[in-house]
Design a protein around this ligand. Structure first.
Ligand code: AMP
Length: 239
């Protein structure tokens, strides 16, 4: 990770430690930096990042039944059916590391998933309500982020060949491993993912906006500044 991420933790430390984080939703189009920001919040609050994209990719890599179904759908940039994703999230939320809170990254992505999550949390009287933070980045910027994105298969550090390149072209600064590009990070699949986002996920943003526990942050800034913005928003919403 770059020195900017350390700054993000430092900037957020005074603010972020005061609150019980509870369930946090990171919303936003593909490539806005949900994964990068979730990792910043993990360092700050010590609660887990639950990325449905990562969980699905792990299922694909392990060749599970879910992974076999999800692989082709993901390759086309479409969404995996709600019933399958909800079940996967339900199992993950039973893990004891979620008790103080968690960061959902890439979920909910449909109104069906949002209603399912609302219903699940309503049955858990001890759980704080969710707070949702949407990260905003314009379309052309997203395209550069997606097509330039590379990650280290060993430590999962995320680079961008245009905006945050590794010191040695094609290799991780930390591990020295050859960087990889996600199969769905092409321009063609990006366009389909954006169509799915506009049709199915944009209403989820409206859903949480209407509930009032919602904030938007400008994602076209350095990583540390965005992280500090998210921390401030969560603290305000929890206040
Ligand atoms: P991500 O890593 O969040 O960009 O997700 C990669 C792909 O996984 C998406 O394009 C979808 O095909 C699938 N996926 C991830 N999260 C969800 C979700 N909550 N609902 C349906 N499909 C999902």
């Amino acid at each position: 990770m770059s020195s900017s991420s350390i700054t993000a933790v430092d900037q957020g430390r005074d603010l972020g430690r005061k609150i019980q984080p509870g369930p946090i939703l990171l919303l936003g189009a593909p490539g806005v930096g949900k994964g990068t920001q979730a990792k910043e919040l993990v360092k700050l609050w010590g609660i887990p990042q639950i990325s449905t994209g990562d969980l699905l990719r792990a299922n694909v890599a392990q060749g599970t039944q879910l992974g076999r179904v999800a692989k082709e759908i993901m390759g086309r940039g479409e969404l995996v059916p709600d019933s399958l994703v909800n079940e996967m999230v339900a199992v993950r939320l039973l893990e004891p590391d979620t008790v103080r809170g968690y960061i959902l990254d890439g979920f909910p992505r449909t109104l069906g998933q949002a209603h399912w999550l609302d219903g699940r949390l309503a049955t858990q009287v001890e759980s704080l309500p969710v707070v949702a933070v949407s990260i905003q980045v314009n379309y052309n910027q997203l395209l550069r982020r997606i097509t330039g994105r590379r990650n280290c298969p060993v430590c999962q550090t995320i680079y961008n060949v245009y905006m945050n390149p590794p010191k040695k072209d094609g290799f991780c600064d930390v591990e020295g491993a050859a960087l990889v590009q996600r199969a769905d990070d092409t321009e063609e699949v990006f366009k389909e993912r954006m169509r799915a986002y506009a049709a199915l996920t944009a209403p989820v943003v409206d859903h949480y906006r209407e509930q009032g526990r919602f904030a938007e942050v400008d994602g076209d800034r350095p990583i540390a500044a965005i992280a500090a913005g998210i921390v401030a928003a969560v603290e305000r919403l929890r206040g």
